[in-house]
Design a protein around this ligand. Structure first.
Ligand code: FES
Length: 154
């Protein structure tokens, strides 16, 4: 209930701004960790849009989540420099070790896996971010150690 109030407040703050829907959705996800599906009608009302239109935007951009992420959010860079240094294999390793698909959350709800496109560490690729902390020159063994530490800390 409180989440819906927060979502409505953020949407209302952007409703008169041209192109304000995306900033509103970013603001809601930053505040709540996801875009609650039950907030979609409230957001639509603020922007005078249909629920389907808002849902379409939320589902179009992979960045937006409809459910909370796990406590350990693992992001693997898939941009060019990291791809040339084995990011695809690293992403497959990550999915295997975390036990979830890309854009998914592990069965125990602890870890989520997302691709990102450049973490600013191109010269030290491949790179990942774990709960917004970036790590460079990632090997599978290093990945496992970083994720294990994050799991035990969360
Ligand atoms: S391409 Fe991966 S950090 Fe820039």
């Amino acid at each position: 209930m409180q989440n819906l109030g927060i979502a409505t407040t953020i949407a209302a703050a952007h409703k008169d701004v041209p192109g304000g829907l995306l900033p509103a959705l970013h603001g809601i996800q930053d505040a709540l960790g996801h875009i609650p599906p039950e907030a979609v009608p409230l957001i639509a009302e603020q922007f005078n849009l249909s629920r389907a239109e808002v849902h379409g935007v939320v589902s179009y951009y992979h960045h937006f989540r409809s459910a909370p992420a796990g406590r350990v959010l693992v992001q693997v860079c898939r941009a060019e420099a990291c791809k040339s240094m084995g990011a695809d294999a690293l992403l497959a390793h990550a999915a295997d070790r975390l036990g979830c698909d890309v854009h998914g959350t592990s069965a125990d709800g602890q870890c989520s896996l997302e691709p990102v496109f450049c973490l600013g560490l191109c010269a030290s690729s491949p790179a990942i971010a774990v709960n917004d902390e970036v790590h460079a020159r990632i090997t599978p063994a290093l990945f496992d150690a970083i994720v294990e530490e994050a799991r035990s800390a969360s």
